[in-house]
Design a protein. Structure first.
Length: 278
């Protein structure tokens, strides 16, 4: 009897244990469902506030949704929507913070390319006066370059390449602004150094032919004729029809009379950049 009683007791304990496990599992499922419902509710509230134009409250609701159910696939979406809310309504410092957090927390997410694009754009949209602060320009360019290198087949990479071209034009215009400042004050060496930056780093900019001419002009003025000849050859080889080449030729050949040529019209975009320095 003792043995039979022990067997029954053992089976009863096992059944009770399984019953408790089932209750725990059901309880966990219920709790998880409640959290998921709360997360969805917070996310929907975020969408509603975003549509109302309240970026700050929308972002907070998206952050709340992420925190409520972090293991859900909706958590990274909520984090990205928080950043997007700040970006859309021009809270760029906040969007940068949220995007960097997203990139660090979800490094393998399928929308990582978009996160880097939005990060670069958050810096790009802060470009106000390139003659004073170029930090947003440099940060935007760095993140656009990362996007092109790591996600080359995306539409974001195509736009990033275009944006880098515009950034380079602005950076070149800043160098030109400083170079002209030194040139007007006969500060030859600092002027040479600035013009060389344009030639070496921004050789596709609209300022390249003028920069080469100024290097011809300054080197000739300070008695370094061989250096002047070197830059004149470079200018002539690449920009033979440029007015700046004609001016350089005049510097080295005083009796030269330039023929009349038809000027090519530049695009309105390039005119816009060049007008910054006029």
């Amino acid at each position: 009897m003792n043995i039979f009683f022990r067997i029954i007791l053992f089976v009863a304990i096992i059944l009770l244990s399984n019953c408790n496990k089932n209750k725990d599992t059901k309880l966990e499922t219920i709790q998880e469902k409640k959290l998921e419902d709360q997360m969805v509710s917070a996310y929907n509230d975020g969408v509603a506030k975003f549509n109302e134009g309240d970026a700050i409250l929308a972002a907070k609701k998206f952050n709340e949704a992420e925190i409520l159910f972090p293991q859900s696939e909706w958590a990274p979406k909520a984090a990205l929507m928080s950043a997007y809310s700040y970006f859309t309504y021009s809270y760029y410092s906040d969007s940068i913070f949220e995007l960097k957090r997203f990139i660090n927390k979800y490094p393998n997410h399928s929308q990582l390319d978009y996160a880097y694009y939005l990060l670069a754009m958050s810096y790009y949209e802060q470009i106000i006066d390139e003659t004073r602060d170029i930090e947003p320009l440099l940060e935007a360019k760095k993140n656009f370059n990362f996007l092109i290198t790591n996600f080359p087949e995306t539409d974001f990479a195509l736009d990033a390449d275009y944006k880098i071209g515009l950034i380079d034009e602005i950076l070149a215009s800043k160098e030109m602004y400083i170079a002209r400042y030194y040139l007007d004050r006969a500060k030859w060496i600092p002027a040479i150094n600035r013009y060389k930056v344009i030639v070496n780093d921004y050789d596709s900019s609209i300022y390249i032919d003028e920069a080469l001419h100024r290097l011809v002009e300054i080197h000739y003025k300070i008695g370094l004729e061989s250096e002047a000849q070197k830059y004149a050859k470079l200018l002539g080889y690449n920009y033979l029809s440029s007015e700046w080449y004609k001016k350089s030729y005049k510097v080295l050949n005083k009796n030269y009379k330039s023929p009349k040529i038809n000027k090519k019209r530049k695009s309105s975009l390039l005119k816009k950049f060049k007008s910054l320095l006029e």
